[in-house]
Design a protein around this ligand. Structure first.
Ligand code: PEP
Ligand code: MG
Length: 588
């Protein structure tokens, strides 16, 4: 039966394929297809990890047997029995074998898929005792995954299998069908892994429009819906689904008519993309001759390629924190960072690259072992520059790596989340210190411009301080909106209040642009607002001339720029900023 699940539209386009349910396992797992020749070794990998867990539990059982009833309550022994039984369960073993052999899933993916299948059966059980055994199953699977993590995959993941186009698709085929990921939640680190994977789109139960998961989805340029509440409960493994990333809807088990309609929409989207691609080499100049700089936001050095392809004039935001994530506590050293930044700089072929110093914390935890969410208000906690200043040696390592990368092309350095004069001075002193360290070691380095992000209202309200110390400013509207309106950007339950057009937000944005222009300092927006075509005219009218966004958004924004007359937009933009209801004033 066809039904629809509504959420928030975060990354445009249509994806049609079979659902893959990501299990709720707290361990990050890779998703990729293996060669047919590797099937046996993948099965063996799961078996040997499972056997190791069985051995471990048997040893534990022996220890428990030697303990007194006080030291080891009876329940402990009963739990071990249940875990051992689950580990030896035929359905688990056969299911894993099926996903590897018939679908060519890698071992970890097969295991978590089968976990999801069996978990559903537990959910449907009437007996509450049996229903609760699901948690035991999750625990044993996590144990197996942990063992597998210790045993490296024998061969690096092969490249993603290209998704066939909808018109080549026959409902009912199982081979070469695009896969759509449905999960309760995905961390930004998960998303990075998915960047190299096979999914044609994804849906999550939680998340807001500018949560980092949504941001990475946009950077992958695949249709995505977040905040779909119970999507992962309503969909079953292998269900046919359509993701409408424009409307924020997932359609489950679509009828032939709906499928045909969405196939048509998908083709229309492809044509629109082809049409926009012709603008790639067209300079971004308004009708009245104002030159506009359209820059790219990137997460990894490899993204430089898509930035160049999209005709970006440079990188306005390299979110360096993605190099730091999912590493179980082993942060990248200076050499690794230097090579990563250098790859991005060289990848941009002489165009400028703005590297933002690490911004972890809140909804961007480093990894599962260091979840910041343990704190009540992680977004107000030790995040971004606060985190860096808390560990000056670690921060200087990054600063040295950025300074060194600046030898290979034009680099700007940008600092996130500053609010206090003392933080600014401390940061600049550490940059000087990093330079001195390189001097002492006789290592060459460049002289990047240093800029600050304006993403806390306190910063937007003390612009003279920032303009005194920095070469340029960039407005991080994602956080500026979050902190101005007290709306958690990752929380779907308050997503309707997350409003870029709130008069307070517009006032801070307008003043920052005006003040920078008055003092002849560079100013850009690198939050999601910059890539939203419905905002382009307003921002041009407010005087913004530098926009930084996901590469996939550049050509659509360029189209808006080419159609705009900035001088005529200016008085209209002022009226919008001063209006009680700016959204209504924009329509006038
Ligand atoms: C922002 O806050 O607008 C921004 C660009 O930074 P991030 O989304 O990475 O917090
Ligand atoms: Mg930010």
């Amino acid at each position: 039966m066809t039904f629809a699940v509504h959420g928030l539209a975060v990354a445009r386009g249509i994806a049609i394929g079979r659902a893959v349910l990501a299990a709720s396992s707290r361990i990050d797992v890779a998703h990729y297809f293996v060669d047919a020749g590797r099937v046996m070794s993948e099965i063996a990998r799961v078996r040997s990890a499972r056997d190791a867990v069985i051995e471990e539990l048997l040893r534990l059982q022996q220890t428990v047997a030697l303990m007194s009833a006080k030291e080891a309550p009876q329940e402990l022994s009963a739990i071990l029995d249940v875990h051992l039984m689950l580990l030896q369960d035929k359905e688990l073993e056969e299911g894993v074998k099926h996903w590897i052999t018939d679908r060519l899933y890698n071992a970890e993916w097969a295991l978590t898929t089968q976990l999801e299948v069996i978990s559903r059966q537990f959910d449907e059980m009437e007996d509450p005792y049996l229903r609760e055994r699901k948690a035991d199953l999750e625990q044993v699977v996590e144990r197996i995954l942990r063992y597998m993590k210790g045993v490296a995959s024998p061969v690096a993941p092969p490249p993603a299998r290209p998704a066939p186009r909808q018109q080549d698709l026959q409902l009912g085929d199982t081979e070469d069908v695009p896969l759509v990921l449905v999960a309760h939640d995905l961390s930004p680190a998960d998303m990075l892994q998915f960047k190299q994977s096979v999914f044609a789109g994804f849906v999550t139960d939680v998340g807001g429009k500018t949560s980092h998961t949504a941001i990475v989805a946009r950077s992958m340029d695949i249709p995505a819906v977040v905040g779909a509440r119970s999507a992962s409960q309503l969909v079953r493994q292998d269900d046919w689904v359509i993701i409408d990333g424009d409307a924020g809807v997932m359609i489950v088990d679509p009828s032939a008519i709906i499928l045909a309609e969405y196939g048509f929409k998908q083709r229309r989207g492809d044509l629109e993309r082809e049409r926009l691609a012709r603008l790639r080499h067209t300079p971004a100049i308004t009708l009245d001759g104002e030159r506009v700089e359209l820059l790219a936001n990137i997460e990894m050095p490899e993204d430089a390629e898509s930035a160049v392809k999209a005709g970006a004039a440079g990188v306005g935001l390299f979110r360096s924190e993605f190099l730091f994530m999912g590493r179980q506590g082993h942060l990248p050293d200076e050499e690794e960072q230097y090579h990563a930044y250098r790859r991005a700089v060289e990848g941009m072929q002489g165009l400028p690259v703005t590297i933002r110093t690490v911004d972890v914390g809140a909804d961007k935890p480093l990894d599962d072992t260091r979840r910041d969410n343990a704190h009540l208000n992680p977004a107000l906690g030790l995040r971004a520059i606060r985190w860096s200043l808390a560990d000056p040696a670690m921060f200087r390592t990054q600063l040295r790596a950025i300074l060194r990368a600046a030898v290979h092309g034009p680099v700007h350095m940008m600092i996130p989340m500053l609010a206090h004069g003392s933080e600014i001075r401390h940061t600049l002193a550490l940059i000087d210190h990093a330079r001195a360290e390189l001097d002492n070691a006789g290592i060459a380095y460049g002289n990047p411009q240093i800029g600050a992000m304006i993403e806390i209202p306190a910063a937007a309200l003390t612009l003279p301080l920032f303009l005194r110390y920095f070469d340029f400013l960039s407005i991080g509207t994602n956080d500026l909106i979050q902190y101005t309106l007290a709306i958690d950007r990752a929380d779907e339950s308050v997503a309707h209040l997350y409003d870029p057009l709130h008069p307070a937000v517009l006032r801070l944005v307008a003043d920052t642009i005006m003040e920078c222009r008055r003092q002849g300092k560079g100013v850009s927006i690198c939050g999601e607002m910059a890539g939203d075509t419905s905002m382009t005219r307003l921002l041009l009218g407010l005087g913004l001339r530098t926009f930084s966004m996901h590469p996939a958004q550049i050509l659509a924004v360029k189209q808006e720029v080419l159609r705009a007359d900035a001088a005529r937009l200016a008085p209209w933009a002022q009226r919008v900023v001063q209006a009680e209801d700016p959204a209504a004033a924009m329509a006038d």
